[in-house]
Design a protein around this ligand. Structure first.
Ligand code: TRP
Length: 450
């Protein structure tokens, strides 16, 4: 069956779409609280190292797999395996990625819902002159209300599937053009405010002091997982976007820009948040509610606060939206390219399935808070840890091994189109350094090394 496959209009739109996938709740919501939960600078340093050593080469790998295959991850990896005379069962790697994306989306959508709710709160002016204790109480009230969470989770899912149903380059990429730079801009305003009233020195010290003694195995594990999450790696989002990329575009350069923008953005949010956390004597290890408890205090007390807060949460919602789309796109592409089912119907059906799973996530913040799945983790925590620390790194590891040891070197080089030195560097990181790093972390995770 041949389908007309759309391509990005130019390199810039691919870059914005992939940056749109990478930049999302991972940077604005997750990274800040992970830094706090994992002891600050120890985590930040390992995270940056993981982005550089594992993330960047692997993003190149994922794009090259997608562009060479010109198909959804499942059939794409199958086709590449056949081309390389390897087992066609490599396609299961694509299948695992699709499943991972849907699992992530089930909680991503719930958190996206929090952001939507915060837009309405900002518009209502609920943050004006708010104090730390009130802000924390407001957030806890939200978590305690399953119906409110369910409502916003539903809205977020509908928004996501609405775009997926129309196809990825239906105009969203044009919005990306303005909105990602706008997000950076508003963050700078926030950062400026945090610098003037917050404790930037404490924040800086907390995030960047070189103290290797604080690095724990758990911090390393979480940092590696978050490097994957933040760059959208290991499940096929980037691969499927790469499959729509024209042949003449440089993969390496594009990757480096995206990884830099993504990492910088996350760290800037972190600084802005922790300056406020320390100035207001809040707990850095508050967990998933961190930004929703601290940011209202900043917005509530700055001039034009309600307006800026509204814009901020709208931009975050937009960033989350463009990421969420990339979590389902591999599966929708797979269905459309293999069956007679239309894009619309597959989007609705998948949306429904993910929405249902999301309901259990909603409940895990209130009525089912004490329902533990494994290792004392509730449903949200289980889905988060399972995807970030196991499935994404495993997917990434297999992709690296596939590109490094199964595909023909010429084919890889053909896509990457690097000079000798660049290619060697990619090869060393892709074939040795990142697999070894990921395997070492897994060995620790499964208790095989202490
Ligand atoms: N990277 C996005 C974020 O930081 C989330 C995301 C989108 C993602 N697609 C992904 C994470 C694929 C892992 C894999 O918010």
């Amino acid at each position: 069956m041949t389908h007309h496959r759309s391509t990005w209009r130019n390199r810039w739109t691919f870059m914005l779409a992939t940056a749109g996938s990478a930049i999302g709740l991972g940077n604005i919501w997750k990274l800040p609280y992970m830094i706090g939960v994992n002891g600050g600078s120890a985590f930040v340093l390992v995270f940056i190292a993981c982005i550089l050593i594992v993330g960047i080469p692997l993003m190149m790998t994922e794009i090259l797999l997608g562009r060479r295959a010109q198909k959804n991850p499942f059939n794409g990896i199958e086709a590449l395996a056949i081309e390389a005379k390897a087992s066609p069962y490599w396609k299961l790697l694509g299948g695992m990625g699709m499943l991972t994306g849907l699992l992530i989306l089930s909680f991503y959508s719930v958190i996206g819902g929090w952001v939507l709710y915060f837009i309405t709160e900002a518009i209502k002016g609920s943050f004006v002159d708010i104090k730390a204790a009130e802000s924390t109480a407001n957030f806890n009230d939200l978590l305690a209300s399953p119906l409110t969470l369910l409502f916003w989770h539903t809205v977020f899912m509908c928004l996501t599937m609405g775009v997926v149903a129309r196809g990825v380059n239906s105009g969203l990429e044009k919005a990306n053009n303005i909105l990602i730079p706008a997000l950076f801009f508003i963050l700078l305003i926030l950062l400026g405010y945090s610098m003037s009233v917050g404790d930037m020195q404490a924040a800086y010290h907390f995030m960047f002091s070189l103290d290797f003694s604080k690095i724990t195995p758990v911090a390393v594990l979480s940092a590696l997982g978050h490097a994957f999450f933040s760059l959208s790696l290991g499940m096929g989002s980037v691969m499927v976007y790469g499959s729509y990329l024209q042949r003449h575009v440089s993969i390496a350069r594009t990757t480096i820009y995206i990884a830099l923008a993504d990492t910088m953005l996350g760290l800037l949010v972190g600084l802005a948040i922790y300056a406020l956390v320390f100035a207001n004597n809040l707990a850095p290890n508050a967990g998933p509610g961190l930004i929703f408890q601290t940011l209202p205090i900043a917005f509530g007390n700055m001039p034009w606060g309600s307006l800026i807060a509204t814009l901020f949460f709208m931009l975050v919602a937009f960033a989350a939206w463009t990421s969420a789309i990339s979590l389902v796109e591999p599966t929708v592409a797979w269905i459309v390219e293999n069956t007679k089912i239309s894009r619309k119907v597959s989007a609705v059906a998948l949306g429904l399935a993910v929405w249902l799973l999301g309901i259990t996530v909603v409940l895990s913040f209130n009525d089912w808070q004490h329902v533990k799945i494994v290792f004392g983790l509730n449903i949200f925590e289980t889905l988060d840890k399972l995807t970030s620390t196991i499935l994404l790194p495993l997917g990434g590891l297999l992709m690296a091994l596939f590109a490094g040891y199964f595909m023909k070197r010429d084919h890889v080089q053909d896509e990457l189109n690097l000079d000798n030195r660049g290619f060697k560097l990619w090869r060393i990181t892709n074939n040795y350094i990142s697999p070894i790093a990921i395997i070492a972390v897994f060995l620790y995770l499964f208790g095989l090394v202490k």
